[in-house]
Design a protein around this ligand. Structure first.
Ligand code: NIG
Ligand code: FE
Length: 440
């Protein structure tokens, strides 16, 4: 990130938009096919123009046909840069204390994820560190992680709780998530994951803890406006199908949408259950059955693929991509950023892994980190597409073809980012007097 951008994107004391207004006529964009809806069709070989007014995209189409009313607006020349909608990271556990590199080392020495968890490591060790941290400390720890994702063009992100596992600590995590959204001018969707693991003080009392989640924690946090969705880790080492349903019922009573960590290590039938509750998404799904796929298709539930977790755990049991494709279930791709199984801070790297490890096509991977990820958060009407009527969220890349977005890895392209109507970064130098330093 350049120093000038750094100044612009400093978290504002009043939690205000970051960067100068992006209002004006953005000319000479080259949007990735499938990720743009034009008001007037753009002929092949011609560049696209996006008009931004009041922070929203008001018109998308060929330059030659920009309506007269917009002609006098400020002009931003993208010089033919590849354009995508703002990226969406739809599954993260970004707010936590400590880190777990020791478990990475344990697994290298032969221990499995389940063995690490049983030995007192795993989620519960992050719970200890998260409980010990203050809200300000958690904010300070999460801020640079969020910045790393934002620098790559993320414009909307989901952040889960689930490392507090007690009302005050879950509240702390969710409050930090909300504060991050305000301070960084990014859309944050919060997900309450109180049913992530059994806290040590409830050992052997799973039902009591589930009751606490449903009867006290969720209603209190929802009343404070901290919960956009509810999630459960439904697994042998976490919560049963019946406990998961109990949490879903509590969410349904409050009118809050659900999602699920489903069939990661075994087929629990969680996806079919989640689909019955109209889940926004089922995530992980390495062991998803054909019945689960059919139920998700019928419910319009998004399949969220998390190749970073598969990679870190060296899981060889891959999600049933061919069957999901065949059934027409929308597939999203996310970082699953968390300290245990996916300490990943690059959504583009996840797109690369989704292609290389899971055999997604490039268009699938790119829809997975934009359009379908937005749907997994219920943001399908506002995010994930360049289209009129939406808040202005788009990224201009110093790249010449869409496949490059999934091809390079270990390299953050210097992009220009319009986030929520503001120019949050200008790697292409579009705002410079000579109109772009990259010669594109
Ligand atoms: O999404 N699967 C459960 N939850 C996280 C892992 C959390 C952790 O190990 O801290 C996941 O992979
Ligand atoms: Fe997760």
């Amino acid at each position: 990130m350049s120093p000038s951008v750094d100044k612009k994107t400093q978290p504002g004391a009043r939690g205000i938009p970051q960067g100068p207004s992006a209002d004006g006529v953005w000319v000479n964009l080259n949007p990735v096919p499938g990720l743009v809806i034009a008001n007037v069709p753009v002929p092949d070989g011609q560049c696209t123009c996006v008009v931004v007014q009041g922070g929203r995209m008001s018109w998308v189409g060929p330059q030659a046909q920009v309506p007269a009313e917009y002609q006098a607006l400020r002009r931003w020349d993208a010089h033919g840069a590849l354009a995508t909608p703002g990226l969406v990271d739809c599954h993260t556990h970004l707010v936590y204390g400590g880190q777990r590199a020791n478990e990475f080392a344990m697994r290298l020495a032969g221990a499995t994820y389940e063995e690490v968890a049983k030995a007192g490591g795993g989620i519960v060790s992050s719970v200890k560190a998260t409980r010990e941290a203050s809200e300000d400390e958690l904010f300070a720890l999460a801020a640079p992680r969020l910045q790393a994702l934002l620098d790559e063009g993320v414009c909307a992100i989901e952040i889960k709780s689930g490392y507090g596992l007690a009302l005050e600590h879950e509240r702390k995590q969710l409050r930090v998530a909300r504060r991050l959204g305000t301070a960084f001018g990014v859309i944050v969707r919060t997900t309450f994951l109180g049913a992530h693991a059994l806290p040590p003080e409830y050992a052997g009392r799973s039902q009591d803890y589930t009751d606490l989640v449903c009867n006290e924690m969720l209603p209190a946090l929802a009343a404070e406006g901290l919960v956009d969705a509810v999630d459960v880790f439904c697994e042998r080492i976490a919560f049963t199908l019946a406990e998961t349903e109990q949490v879903f019922q509590a969410a349904q009573k409050l009118g809050i949408p659900v999602k699920l960590h489903a069939e990661q290590l075994s087929d629990m039938g969680g996806a079919a259950l989640a689909a019955r509750y109209g889940a926004l998404s089922c995530d992980h799904i390495e062991h998803l059955s054909q019945d689960g796929i059919a139920a998700m298709k019928a419910a319009g539930t998004v399949a969220v693929l998390l190749p970073g977790a598969c990679y870190t755990l060296r899981d060889t049991h891959l999600p049933p991509i061919a069957q999901l494709r065949e059934a027409g279930v929308p597939m999203a791709v996310s970082t699953d950023h968390n300290p245990g199984t996916s300490p990943a801070l690059s959504l583009l790297l996840m797109a690369n892994m989704a292609c290389t490890l899971f055999r997604l096509t490039v268009p699938e991977a790119l829809a997975g980190i934009t359009t379908h990820a937005a749907r997994a958060l219920g943001l399908q009407d506002t995010h994930g597409l360049i289209a009129a009527g939406r808040p202005a969220n788009f990224v201009l890349w110093p790249l010449s073809e869409p496949a490059e977005l999934a091809y390079w890895y270990g390299h953050k392209p210097a992009c220009t980012i319009v986030r929520q109507g503001c120019v949050a970064a200008d790697g292409l130098g579009i705002d410079l007097p000579h109109g772009g330093r990259n010669g594109i």
